[in-house]
Design a protein around this ligand. Structure first.
Ligand code: P6P
Length: 333
């Protein structure tokens, strides 16, 4: 494949499919540049005094890692001045972040989990940045949380950066999924996988098995059948992977298939699962669907969910289309 840069890809995409207006192209390039900066900070590790935790907790009640705060700041500062955004929202901030009055405002709204998989930071396991782009409602005044309450089908772009053996950017604007690898010598994102597609079937599942005693019966029944292997009702052996970093697990599934599950469980009916709808489940669902996969909450399509709170959580089952259909069937049984 001819190696082209992210900029060339975006320009050519706009020319051929008209799916990336200039303001959205600017937004994507600014976010991609911010992810380069985050990758640089992450890669320093102990040499950059960026490891370990702060003394603070985020809205989720989770102790913030230094890199969580650093990554959030990088994304805020990179996106404030460009004139392409009306507001931002982050896993690390309780309320939305309007663009300061000293800067012009744009027609897009950016949501992000600045550094997903934080528990892996200090042990050098892959982590990532997840982002989702919505249009600001027509005639919007001072942005409010209510302006962000749009279903996942309203996303105009979504992506993630994964900081692993390679730093990669995975992006969709609704016309397939493309992957870019960071060329650190040139400082540019290079197109390395075009229009990636998830295999429809799989023999690999991803779930945190330590929660098994808390699962609702349909999930237990489904996973038991996977564990039963070729002697069981599925008639084949399954492998398991759980990196505890959604970006890394989704990236594996994007490349070789699989099913990722973070179900609701009996511990807290008020907290349906752990993952957040607006800046984890929705962007990942957009990417997975654009790559030919599926993403449900166990009953309904994730991207059809009408949100009511910025930080609301949702159960997540996503990946190989045929496997997601099967496990979703369990939840309707
Ligand atoms: P657990 C990371 O904290 C995260 O939000 C996702 O990236 C990941 O899939 C999940 O939580 C891991 O959760 O309960 O296995 O630590």
């Amino acid at each position: 494949m001819k190696r082209i840069s992210l900029t060339q890809y975006l320009v050519e995409e706009q020319r051929t499919n008209n799916t990336i207006p200039a303001e959205l192209r600017l937004l994507i390039e600014v976010v991609a540049r911010a992810c380069k900066t985050i990758s640089h900070s992450v890669a320093k590790g102990a040499l950059g005094d960026v490891l370990g935790s702060t003394e603070t907790e985020n809205i989720q009640g989770e102790v913030q890692k230094k890199l969580d705060v650093i990554s959030n700041e990088i994304l805020l500062e990179a996106n404030e001045w460009g004139g392409h955004l009306a507001a931002m929202a982050s896993e690390e901030m309780e309320s939305i972040h309007p663009i300061p009055n000293r800067y012009p405002k744009g027609e897009y709204m950016l949501l992000f989990d600045p550094l997903d998989g934080s528990s892996n930071i200090d042990v050098n396991v892959s982590i990532g940045t997840i982002f989702s782009v919505l249009k600001a409602p027509d005639g919007m005044g001072q942005p409010t949380e209510a302006d962000f309450m749009q279903a996942g089908t309203k996303q105009v772009a979504a992506g993630y950066a994964v900081y692993g053996p390679q730093t990669m950017l995975v992006l969709t604007t609704g016309n397939g999924v493309n992957c870019f690898t960071l060329d650190r010598e040139m400082g540019s994102w290079v197109l390395t996988q075009r229009d990636i597609k998830i295999p429809a079937t799989t023999k690999e599942f991803a779930i945190n098995m330590s929660n098994m005693r808390h699962w609702h019966e349909p999930v237990k029944r489904y996973v038991d059948e996977l564990l039963a292997g070729e002697a069981g009702p599925r008639g084949t052996n399954f492998n398991m992977r759980w990196i505890a970093s959604m970006v890394a697990d989704v990236h594996r599934i994007l490349n070789r298939g699989g099913i990722f599950m973070y179900p609701a469980d009996t511990r807290d009916t008020s907290m349906p699962g752990k993952l957040r709808l607006m800046y984890e489940a929705n962007p990942m669902a957009f990417i997975v669907e654009q790559a030919g996969g599926a993403a449900t909450d166990g009953v309904n399509r994730i991207m059809d969910i009408e949100p009511h709170k910025l930080h609301q959580r949702v159960p997540v089952f996503l990946g190989s289309r045929d496997e997601v259909a099967l496990v979703t069937g369990y939840h309707t049984a």
